[in-house]
Design a protein around this ligand. Structure first.
Ligand SMILES: *Cc1c(COP(=O)(O)O)cnc(C)c1O
Length: 363
């Protein structure tokens, strides 16, 4: 048996006619920048997330950069970020010239350890960027309380949390600005790069629309220094189709996660990531912790099972950050024990059982 870590092409196989129609409708429309499909996806996404507004942008990293710019965070400012995340969270802060203040994860959830935030706040701190890592929402009650107390902005990196819930409400408006990626492998993925920002704040929404479009509302009139980072209408049309299936796809992910948890819970060799209190995960990834990770990974590979690591090198230990002195020991030591098992809406349960069988053989 051959089990891929993730088969992003299967969502096209499932919806090929609908997707073909959506793409050709854009090609026939003659509207290739912004326009109706982008607006309709923005409305659909805002309403799915329970936010007032959504602004479509080019990708998740740009969503984070635009959010920081909209809040006028830059040189001389400090931003609190988790030490174990995909590097985009850090790069956004670096790209606006602000200083990264990393916080190590909580051992149970691997999300930002909220008990360590207050001691890292200074007079220069402007924002906290929690990441809902693996789809498991960060402790937003605690983060929002701290932000209120110190008058900070909360920018959520929700790139892995499409459809996840916190306090019985979908991720999308717990913080001030919520950043989304629709990279193909995400729970809601385009067939190319795409992203969005959701918010309940009218003024931030208006500013983000200017920022993504050359600082311009009317052609050739530029009121602020903007960028060109708009959501592509072909991707918007694809996302409008795929959004209708997101809940059922997330449901499948949860079923797979349940199967892994139930079947592996009695093995002392693996430990799991606890879900945050008041949270419902989107199960973007199914991550276990195990001591002989590399050996296990190879044994699974020999059985045709592809696994992955999220992430093998934390941002602070990357070469790109080698001169910043931001290495984080706990994240580094965690990264040698992490193993991501295949999960996805199109992964057949018999493959999941085959993976479980092989994991148990090695436990
Ligand atoms: C995917 C991802 C991003 C970046 O999104 P892109 O669309 O690839 O730019 C940012 N943060 C996290 C946590 C991600 O998983």
């Amino acid at each position: 048996m051959k089990v891929d870590f993730l088969d992003v092409g299967s969502s096209y196989k499932e919806l090929d006619n609908e997707i073909d129609d959506a793409i050709s409708s854009i090609l026939k429309s003659g509207q290739y920048i912004l326009g109706e499909q982008v607006e309709s996806f923005e409305n659909n996404w805002a309403s799915y997330c329970g936010a007032r507004f959504a602004v479509g942008v080019s990708n998740g990293l740009d969503a984070l950069i635009l959010s920081l710019k909209a809040l006028e965070i830059g040189v001389g400012d400090e931003v609190i970020v988790p030490s174990n995340t995909f590097i985009a969270t850090w790069l956004a802060v670096s790209n606006v010239g602000a200083k990264i203040v990393p916080i190590e994860p909580d051992s149970e959830t691997l999300n930002i350890d909220c008990s360590k935030i207050e001691s890292k706040i200074s007079s220069k701190t402007k924002a906290i960027i929690p990441v809902h890592l693996y789809g498991n929402p960060a402790n937003m009650n605690s983060i929002n309380n701290i932000a209120k107390k110190y008058d900070l902005f909360v920018i959520e990196d929700a790139a892995q949390a499409h459809g996840a819930e916190y306090n019985n409400k979908r991720i999308g408006s717990h913080g001030h600005l919520i950043c989304w990626s629709f990279y193909p492998g995400k729970n809601l993925g385009a067939f190319g790069d795409a992203g969005a920002i959701t918010t309940n704040d009218f003024f931030l929404d208006q500013k983000l629309r200017l920022l993504r479009n050359y600082g311009s509302k009317c052609k050739y009139e530029h009121s602020i220094l903007g960028l060109n980072t708009r959501l592509d209408p072909i991707q918007a049309a694809i996302l409008n189709v795929k959004l209708k299936y997101l809940d059922q796809w997330n449901f499948r992910r949860a079923e797979i996660a349940d199967r892994y948890l139930n079947q592996l819970k009695n093995s002392s060799k693996f430990s799991f990531i606890s879900k945050s209190e008041f949270a419902l995960s989107s199960w973007h990834l199914f991550v276990i912790l195990t001591e002989d990770r590399d050996l296990l990974m190879n044994k699974l590979k020999d059985k045709g099972i592809q696994t992955s690591i999220h992430y093998p090198i934390p941002p602070g230990s990357q070469k790109a950050y080698s001169s910043y002195n931001l290495r984080c020991e706990k994240s580094e030591s965690l990264s040698s024990r992490l193993l991501s098992l295949p999960i996805g809406p199109h992964l057949p349960m018999k493959y999941v059982d085959y993976i479980i069988e092989n994991l148990l053989l090695n436990s």
